[in-house]
Design a protein around this ligand. Structure first.
Ligand SMILES: NC(=O)c1ccc[n+]([C@@H]2O[C@H](COP(=O)([O-])OP(=O)(O)OC[C@H]3O[C@@H](n4cnc5c(N)ncnc54)[C@H](OP(=O)(O)O)[C@@H]3O)[C@@H](O)[C@H]2O)c1
Length: 250
């Protein structure tokens, strides 16, 4: 599908993959709207990508999602692409009981619930256009969990399942549903600090290019690096990879 002359809403477009996408999509002649919690980050993103519209919003809050939906309806009714990108990643050690779980932001609300609600609210807007899309960003960890990030991994598995159902339910409409499965992307702030460059990591710009060309080619499951292999692994290999990834270091 065409990635030009669109109005695109990206949740969490003020840094990382979302920002790289916003910058490239603006350069391709699209109207782009981003959201995030931190006003300074939104302003910096607008300075670095002139023309990007920004809405301050915390998608972990139901009320913010409702007012975001109202703002989009009133100011950007031409939105024909929703990119559910915002995400957070927290280490949680359940052997301590609820301590870590309760002391952190709720990944279930940000990484899963928000995307479900945003999709539901925006479907009537997307349905008004000739050709629209919902693009959900999951992760390789949705296929092979990293136990240090148990809730993160589970929310990404949930996004994969939800995306499959949504794609099937909307298959007779004008709304195409894509899933993006990034590998490690460095210089992003998923863990609240810059992700270091590791062996299999790619840049946010590279990931944005892969997403754009994947959507242009109607590739409904957009993988990069090792994530294609991870999505397609049989149980035995997946179990081996799981053990290797979660090896205890004494
Ligand atoms: N980086 C990786 O290695 C990697 C790998 C696989 C999948 N992914 C997925 O890719 C997506 C983007 O990740 P990234 O690495 O680009 O992250 P990032 O650099 O941390 O950017 C996350 C964006 O989401 C926004 N955000 C976070 N919580 C929010 C909330 N409650 N309400 C509104 N906006 C919120 C952030 O802005 P504020 O902080 O100002 O709110 C920021 O704009 C995520 O879904 C992530 O799970 C990333």
């Amino acid at each position: 599908m065409q990635m030009q002359k669109r109005t695109i809403f990206i949740s969490g477009g003020s840094s990382g993959i979302g920002f790289a996408l916003a910058k490239k999509l603006i350069g391709m002649g699209n109207n782009v709207v981003i959201c995030g919690r931190n006003a300074d980050k939104l302003t910096a993103a607008q300075e670095a990508a002139p023309g990007v519209h920004a809405i301050r919003c915390d998608i972990s809050k139901k009320a913010d999602i409702e007012s975001l939906n109202e703002s989009i309806k009133q100011k950007f009714p031409e939105v024909d692409m929703l990119i559910n990108n915002a995400g957070i990643q927290r280490p949680i050690d359940f052997s301590k009981g609820p301590e870590d779980l309760l002391s952190n932001e709720d990944e279930i609300q940000v990484n899963f619930r928000a995307h479900v609600y945003l999709s539901a609210y925006l479907i009537p807007i997307l349905a008004k256009h000739r050709e629209s899309a919902i693009i959900n960003v999951s992760s390789g960890l949705g296929f092979i969990p990293m136990t240090r990030y148990p809730i993160y991994s589970a929310t990404k598995a949930a996004i994969h399942s939800f995306t499959m159902s949504l794609r099937h339910q909307l298959s007779s409409t004008n709304i195409k549903v894509f899933e993006v499965v990034p590998p490690i992307v460095y210089d992003t702030y998923l863990k609240g600090r810059p992700q270091p460059k590791t062996e299999n990591a790619i840049t946010a710009e590279e990931m944005a290019d892969i997403i754009i060309s994947g959507v242009e080619e109607n590739k409904y499951e957009i993988t990069a690096g090792q994530t294609k292999k991870w999505m397609e692994m049989g149980k035995e290999e997946a179990d081996r990879t799981f053990q290797m990834m979660n090896k205890k270091i004494d």
